[in-house]
Design a protein around this ligand. Structure first.
Ligand SMILES: NC(=O)C1=CN([C@@H]2O[C@H](COP(=O)(O)OP(=O)(O)OC[C@H]3O[C@@H](n4cnc5c(N)ncnc54)[C@H](OP(=O)(O)O)[C@@H]3O)[C@@H](O)[C@H]2O)C=CC1
Ligand SMILES: O=C1O[C@H](COP(=O)(O)O)[C@@H](O)[C@H](O)[C@H]1O
Length: 493
């Protein structure tokens, strides 16, 4: 890339001493520099309460890079772009001083007045920070100002509306970048290309040819030290309201008329609007919730969720959700989208399986053979790639007629290229003003509208909480959810 095209900006990270900044944000900025996506015209200002000096902050940034990258070079030059400005974000008088520093850095790094305010803090601070930034004139520069907001965006629809209103008093919708880091994953972005750049798939992408679609996001990790947050969230709010529904929307949306932010968002919104609402009397028919109990995985013993730190011993919080989503529109009528996500499961895997309908007649039936369905598998993580399961002739020596064969298209896809991390891509998109892979307010609101009745029904005791042993693929009730439709979960590894 030509240096002329490098985006220029001062990035202010609120919550710069926290976990997200250290594990994700500093390494992402480092990779942007190493990959020559940004040049010299950038500075990063860390804000938090801890009374660190800029030197201490730089040393923390340096540690973060050394811990997370296989190779780290030019660290001194890189960290020289970082500054620390300690203050309590609830104190309005501190913003003027911050503005002074930003103006100074703007001059030193020639960032043309462009500013990114990245809120890597608990959501209760979002409204206060946004309003103080505006009130104290930090957004009134000659360049652009953008606000990046981490999830969770509210706790339910009313709290999200309130939060949105507070932020919108200070920033326009097109200045707000709501992060859903799944939208930065290479293979999630690939869904659109697989669908809309291949003559092979798009004609089959409907209820005439697809039997069901399964989206799994399983984690081996448990809740561990995040009990305080997770007790108020649970898997439904933590994963389904955002990442899982976003993947479903990308899989189900109509082809946009153009690949622009607005057109793609508007197609995703139509899918979210077409989701069949689940009333409290139907919740058991469409959703299963579970919580991990003690168990063993790879010879290691794990405690149950209720034994984790900051978790109530009688907690009813779900660490697992499986659901059947129906999209009531012309393309998808009758096709279940099954989703499942959970912690302390048997695999770290995010995978989409598109199961095609059976052939109209099985010519091999009389020969005693079943013909398995064709499967298109999109592997999002940890491996990235696509496989296509077809049926092919067996070799004479194997006996019988047909067997499933997998075409692994992964190597052809990337050919060894090291794909960028989700946060790296999203930060770069924000610097370039491309909001396509961020969530619009309408998507957030519709997702909460879908999820709220489910969590209300659970809260009102309308469904039992199943348990599953740590190290398993979830409760048996989730298998029964599919068995009732004559389906089964496809393995994730
Ligand atoms: N960690 C992760 O992997 C992910 C996090 N998120 C979201 O990102 C956000 C941050 O998460 P995470 O980094 O884990 O949280 P942490 O608790 O690790 O960090 C919180 C940060 O906020 C600062 N802080 C707290 N109160 C104040 C205050 N009054 N004034 C100034 N600074 C303050 C803390 O610094 P100090 O104590 O020095 O003031 C710290 O830097 C949350 O919204 C979370 O939900 C989203 C996805 C993944
Ligand atoms: O947003 C979240 O995502 C992570 C899982 O992300 P992944 O990229 O590792 O799949 C999850 O652990 C966390 O609870 C949730 O807040």
């Amino acid at each position: 890339m030509n240096t002329q095209e490098h985006p220029k900006s001062v990035i202010v990270i609120f919550g710069a001493t926290g976990d997200l900044a250290k594990r994700k944000l500093f390494p992402s900025i480092y990779r942007l520099v190493q990959n020559e996506k940004i040049g010299k015209n950038f500075a990063v200002v860390g804000v938090a309460r801890r009374p660190w000096t800029t030197e201490e902050f730089r040393s923390n940034v340096s540690d973060s890079i050394q811990t997370s990258m296989k190779e780290s070079k030019d660290l001194e030059e890189f960290t020289s772009h970082f500054y620390y400005h300690p203050f309590d974000v609830t104190n309005p008088s501190s913003y003027l001083e911050l503005n002074g520093l930003l103006n100074e850095l703007d001059g030193s790094y020639q960032t043309e007045g462009n500013r990114i305010f990245y809120l890597a803090m608990a959501p209760e601070f979002f409204g206060t920070i946004a309003q103080n930034l505006k009130k104290e004139g930090l957004t009134a520069t000659q360049g652009w100002s953008r606000l990046v907001i981490e999830k969770p965006f509210g706790h339910d629809l009313p709290s999200a509306q309130k939060l949105n209103q507070e932020i919108r008093e200070a920033f326009n919708e097109d200045q707000i970048y709501r992060i859903d880091h799944y939208l930065g994953k290479e293979m999630v972005q690939n869904i659109e290309v697989i669908r809309f750049a291949n003559a092979l798939f798009e004609p089959l992408w409907n209820n005439r040819y697809i039997s069901n679609i399964q989206v799994t996001s399983s984690e081996i990790l448990g809740v561990e030290d995040r009990g305080g947050y997770y007790e108020k969230s649970g898997a439904l709010r933590d994963m389904v309201q955002n990442h899982m529904l976003q993947m479903v929307a990308l899989l189900a949306m109509e082809p946009p008329i153009k690949l622009t932010t607005d057109e793609i968002r508007s197609e995703k919104v139509k899918v979210l609007r077409a989701l069949r609402p689940v009333s409290d009397t139907q919740v058991g028919e469409y959703f299963v919730r579970g919580q991990y109990a003690a168990g063993k995985f790879n010879d290691k013993e794990f405690i149950g969720y209720r034994e984790e730190g900051n978790v109530d011993k009688k907690s009813e919080t779900e660490t697992y959700v499986a659901g059947k989503l129906m999209i009531d529109n012309f393309r998808w009528a009758g096709v279940p989208f099954y989703i499942r996500t959970g912690k302390r499961m048997a695999a770290k895997s995010t995978k989409i399986v598109v199961q095609f309908k059976d052939i109209p007649m099985n010519l091999y039936y009389n020969k005693g053979e079943t013909v398995p369905p064709n499967l298109l598998v999109i592997n999002i993580q940890p491996e990235e790639g696509i496989t296509l399961q077809l049926n092919a002739k067996k070799d004479e020596s194997e006996g019988g007629y047909s067997k499933p064969v997998k075409f692994d298209l992964s190597n052809n896809l990337y050919d060894g290229i090291n794909t960028p991390e989700a946060y790296e891509k999203l930060l770069f998109d924000c610097m370039r003003g491309d909001a396509t892979n961020f969530t619009h307010w309408d998507e957030v609101a519709l997702s909460w509208s879908f999820v709220d009745p489910i969590s209300d029904a659970w809260k009102n005791g309308k469904a039992t909480l199943a348990t599953y042993p740590s190290g398993s693929m979830g409760p048996k009730e989730a298998d029964e959810l599919l068995e009732e439709d004559g389906n089964q979960w496809w393995p994730v590894n």
